[in-house]
Ligand binder design. Sequence first.
Ligand code: PLP
Length: 286
Amino acid sequence: MQLNTNTAVQEVEHPIATKHHIRLWMKRDDLIHPFISGNKWRKLQFVIEDAISVKAKRLVSFGGAYSNHLVALACAGAIFKFKTKAFVRGEQVSNPMLQLCKTWGMELEFVSRTAYLNKQLLFTQSKLPGDYFIDEGGKGLLAVKGCVNIIPTTQTFTHAVCAVGTGTTFAGVVKQANELGIEPMGIVVLKGAEEIKQDIVALLNEPNKFKLFHQFHEGGYAKTTNALWQFIDDFAAHTGILLDQVYTGKMMKAVFSLIESGYFKQGSSILTIHTGGLLGTLTRPL
Ligand SMILES: *Cc1c(COP(=O)(O)O)cnc(C)c1O
């Protein structure tokens, strides 16, 4: 089965963009699949192809208790007839996302934060014949390969903006944007993640230009503020588009804040990438 990655690119009409004479667009990769969400399918696509070609039986990966990657992997594993296993960071917990993982047959093993640091060791210690290692968040070169055609080439843009976790998705965006003459902008959602730049460079096999923004993490990874929730609500009410609070909400809030600070020239045409992750909104406190 092939999922359709040819999702809509839609104009985001918002008074702030209009006022600054900027056109905003959004690539709706959140519409690729409800659970193999956004960039997670793009990142898994060639990994799964590789697992099939080496006749792997079980896909083994890693993540936190709210990992969009693990939900995507559990669902994709069921579709492509692999067993799946995940090492989950931290003490045993239950939540709707881990419950979904179990529904698709994923085996969960909770490990201490210390043990979690050595993923290769965890993998080797429990390795069965046919086990296939997939790094945390699916990161790696095969994942980048799935992210080099996110930007639609049917129209022109001046900038392409993407949320940055491990930077794998952004590495693909950077590669394609440099070829197309578009400025790639990465909004880093982790605090103090200065090493991300080197990680992205390592994922690119040729020198590429890109900009990273470190001031929009709202307190750190998965941390939220009232202002962020308010932004997400305001954006949903104006456009009908839902954003998540870990990645796409911070990315779009950053774009608006850069627009208002005059960062973009009048006439700019900005492509924002909706990388999905909407299950995360289920964990919003009532
Ligand atoms: C995982 C995820 C990201 C981060 O992707 P990386 O390739 O790790 O940088 C961005 N947005 C959403 C919605 C995600 O689930």
